[in-house]
Write a protein that binds this ligand. Structure first.
Ligand SMILES: Cc1cc2nc3c(=O)[nH]c(=O)nc-3n(C[C@H](O)[C@H](O)[C@H](O)COP(=O)(O)OP(=O)(O)OC[C@H]3O[C@@H](n4cnc5c(N)ncnc54)[C@H](O)[C@@H]3O)c2cc1C
Length: 285
């Protein structure tokens, strides 16, 4: 086991960790500080799609593979088309963000990427970070691991926004790529809060996603039943191929993440409580 010291360690090369590291590169204070980014994953695969609202372009808007200025909603089975101006709804594939962020960070000599699973972060005079293979120390650690206390907590109000999405390719041109379907509540799993999103990429390719806001999650094949039904009965599509699958869960909670910060450990991203409890949205560039 080696023991190496860094000025700063960022645990997690996800959305929050990479954005933080990029912010460091723009501040001359950090030019000569040693920074390690540790993640269990090498982040070389697409693990999610981030969708978000913007009025104007921001740093990574150019990575958006699609954006929409029109949306469709269904109210009492009536189809309503909305002009979203001045807002635009945009989608970014996480892999495009990881690739671009890592390319920028790899140009910095003071930044090191380590692919290791962190098992503990302990604060003494200095912060000790233990991984499955090594020990590290740092003056300050930014940690994107969700505290275990969150999963055991019984006091906070917590709903889980959990979902499964299929990117499908159809034989015919069936989608209008200028407009996406927002929270279509017509297809229900009993009395639970469930809705479908349709985010067209092209005329014959779209992400169809079935989402729950509930206390418990469901098995992966449970979402499939509703995705199949929606595609055939609501979109009237019979010939399609599933080319990618996305599955995820996001805490929507009143849990207080603040006490897990100390003078030397800062929790970031979802672990820092930055997901908006009412919507599950946190993506911001
Ligand atoms: C599938 C999915 C889709 C989402 N879509 C949207 C969206 O459309 N719009 C929106 O606003 N929000 C969305 N969210 C919510 C939120 O924006 C994302 O979860 C976002 O990625 C949170 O950023 P983060 O840095 O906190 O976590 P992550 O991006 O998940 O990064 C955490 C990183 O920590 C690493 N890690 C965890 N534990 C360890 C460990 N022990 N050792 C080493 N590394 C570790 C993980 O490998 C991961 O890379 C989505 C979430 C999911 C799961």
């Amino acid at each position: 086991m080696s023991q190496k010291h860094y000025d700063y360690i960022i645990v997690g090369n996800g959305l929050a960790g990479l954005q933080l590291a990029l912010a460091f590169t723009k501040d001359s204070y950090f030019n000569h500080k040693s920074i390690a980014l540790i993640d269990a994953s090498s982040k070389t695969e697409n693990d999610k799609t981030w969708s978000f609202w913007e009025q104007n372009d921001s740093t990574f808007s150019h990575l958006a593979y699609q954006y929409w200025q029109h949306a469709t909603i269904f109210v009492d089975n009536q189809k309503i088309s909305l002009n979203l101006k001045p807002y635009t709804y945009k989608s970014i594939r996480a892999i495009d963000f990881y690739t671009e962020a890592k390319a920028q960070l790899n140009q910095q000599e003071n930044i090191t990427f380590l692919v290791e699973t962190v098992t503990s972060v302990k604060e003494n005079n200095i912060v000790e970070v233990t991984t499955e293979t090594n020990n590290y120390t740092a003056k300050h650690v930014f940690d994107s691991r969700i505290p275990n206390a969150f999963f055991k907590d019984k006091k906070a109000t917590t709903l889980i926004q959990h979902f499964k999405g299929w990117i499908i390719k159809t034989e015919d041109d069936v989608f209008n790529e200028d407009s996406f379907t927002m929270m279509d509540y017509r297809l229900k799993d009993n009395n639970q809060t469930t809705f479908m999103y349709v985010l067209p990429h092209t005329k014959n390719k779209a992400l169809i996603e079935f989402t729950y806001f509930t206390e418990n999650t469901v098995k992966s094949n449970h979402y499939d039943t509703y995705l199949k039904q929606y595609i055939s009965e609501y979109l009237n599509i019979n010939n399609y191929k599933i080319i990618e699958t996305e599955i995820g869960k996001i805490p929507m909670t009143t849990f207080n993440f603040e006490p897990f910060n100390t003078s030397k450990i800062t929790k970031i991203g979802t672990a820092g409580g930055w997901v908006k409890g009412s919507t599950g949205y946190s993506f911001k560039l």
